[in-house]
Design a protein around this ligand. Structure first.
Ligand code: FPP
Length: 236
């Protein structure tokens, strides 16, 4: 792998298109999510190989709670199984797993497996895999504003000292660099409430590929493409 890929620290992915993948094959939607897990595994392995420091996957949004109960249950069950089945492999690969989002809303059985996996991998330092679960950017920013307001009211913080780092420091992602790249699969061209503060300067990549068909070749070609883009951060 080219050493230059090591300039890329953080990639975030909106994994979209599981349902359409299944529909095209006359399967039910759950089958698409099941297939999506294989793509998750492949991308995590590739990200680690490419030397990424952080990989963030949008696995379940605050809006996804509005899906039919059977689909929500199936997704929670897939998530639980993923944690149980993959935690040793993640640990062997020196990957630290964390969840970002309103975790208290998740079913107890998922929270338990999350906790076990987070504890097991907490000392790992090669890559942080963040699963965005019950995650919404507006929700995250609203919580941050409340925490900052509380600190200001209690006198712990002067309003005049509030700056961008105060806000970044209250987000779920406070320990992560901002994403260099945000990828969305399945041809939809929007951020859907994902990392809206953090992605202010990210390069955005949209691909028609449905998530279950996304793999390491396409991932690699996006990372190579990124290196050819010139990032100016508002400067000339
Ligand atoms: C979007 O496809 C995908 C999701 C809402 C869930 C993503 C979940 C997985 C890939 C599996 C579980 C993940 C982990 C990390 C264990 P969609 O259902 O919105 O597809 P559609 O837009 O084609 O209907």
């Amino acid at each position: 792998m080219s050493s230059k890929l090591s300039e890329i620290k953080h990639v975030a992915i909106i994994m979209d298109g599981n349902g359409r993948w299944a529909k095209k094959r006359l399967f039910n939607r759950i089958k698409g999510h099941e297939k999506g897990i294989n793509a998750v595994r492949e991308v995590v392995t590739a990200g680690r190989e490419y030397g990424l420091k952080a990989l963030t996957l949008y696995a379940f949004s605050t809006e996804n709670w509005n899906r039919p109960e059977t689909e929500v249950k199936a997704l929670m069950s897939l998530l639980k199984n993923f944690l149980v089945n993959e935690r040793n492999e993640l640990n062997d690969k020196n990957i630290k797993l964390q969840a970002i989002g309103d975790i208290d809303k998740l079913p107890e059985k998922v929270r338990k497996e999350l906790e076990i996996t987070q504890d097991l991998t907490s000392q790992n330092d090669q890559m942080v895999l963040s699963l965005a679960l019950s995650y919404g950017s507006r929700d995250e920013i609203t919580s941050a504003v409340k925490k900052i307001a509380d600190k200001a009211l209690s006198g712990e913080l002067n309003v005049s000292d509030i700056d961008e780092s105060t806000i970044s420091g209250e987000l779920y992602t406070k320990d992560l660099p901002d994403p260099d790249i945000v990828i969305r699969t399945s041809g939809e061209i929007r951020l859907s409430n994902f990392l809206m503060w953090q992605a202010a300067y990210s390069e955005l990549f949209f691909t028609e590929t449905l998530w279950p068909d996304f793999g390491k070749e396409e991932f690699h070609s996006i990372l190579k493409d990124f290196q050819n883009r010139e990032r100016r951060f508002g400067k000339v």
